[in-house]
Design a protein. Structure first.
Length: 240
């Protein structure tokens, strides 16, 4: 998976592992099933002087062709369920202590991000508010408090393997830990109206020193809103 979409969070490899497990099991059974079909089609094809046999499917020998594959497939499904439960618990049911908190508000059709200011607290007058431009520190646990102003949206950061719906009237907390500095895509993964496809944003993963410099530039008077000069505007293009 990392060959196509970079894995930039601490649990990205675990989620990718589930995809590869499912792909491998499905691929194996597809090859086995198609191989058996082709083998039987060739072996028992129509031949001169040979009458077709009438098979009722009631003998144990015949029923084994149903029961044995079913048991094996159910065992594979159990394997997937156990692996999925472990990853789900670590990603969705466990909330490690936050190193940085960010408020995320979705609306048609933009993302508003509220960052902790110099006081290191969220919800205070020195908070840094940006639109479609999220900044976080590498190797820090990030808590995102997700809210929606209007309709259902889905906050998705593909490289982090993070995706969580935002629901009007609810506040949902998710987390991720970025491990690779860079600028990456943020998207809405839930159809939210006619402008859904025009709701991109970006996340900039920075070292602590670069993040502190960015905060200082904002505090010095540079605005973080799109369409005006800002420290964030000089960031490189997002990576896929």
């Amino acid at each position: 998976m990392n060959h196509w979409i970079k894995g930039a969070s601490s649990y990205a490899a675990d989620i990718d592992g589930l995809f590869w497990l499912v792909t491998a099991l499905i691929g194996f059974w597809f090859i086995v099933a198609q191989g058996i079909v082709i083998y039987f089609a060739l072996k028992y094809r129509r031949k001169e002087g040979v009458k077709a046999a009438y098979i009722t499917g009631k003998s144990w020998r015949e029923l084994n062709w149903v029961f044995i594959p079913v048991v094996l497939v159910v065992m594979c499904d159990g394997w997937i369920d156990v692996a999925t439960a472990s990853v789900w618990h670590n990603v969705k049911e466990t909330l490690p202590p936050a190193d940085q908190k960010v408020g995320v508000t979705a609306q048609q059709w933009a993302w508003t991000f509220r960052h902790e200011g110099p006081d290191g607290k969220l919800g205070t007058p020195d908070d840094i508010v940006t639109v479609d431009d999220l900044h976080v520190v590498v190797n820090k646990v990030i808590h995102v408090d997700l809210q929606s102003k209007d309709v259902l949206h889905s906050f998705s950061i593909p490289v982090m393997r993070f995706k969580q719906d935002t629901i009007p009237g609810r506040s949902i907390t998710g987390w991720f830990k970025p491990i690779l500095p860079g600028v990456y895509d943020v998207q809405c993964a839930e159809i939210c109206g006619i402008g859904h496809g025009y709701m991109p944003a970006r996340i900039t993963v920075q070292t602590q020193a670069d993040y502190d410099a960015w905060m200082k530039s904002i505090a010095a008077g540079a605005t973080a809103l799109p369409g005006t000069p800002s420290a964030a505007a000089t960031s490189p293009a997002p990576q896929k």
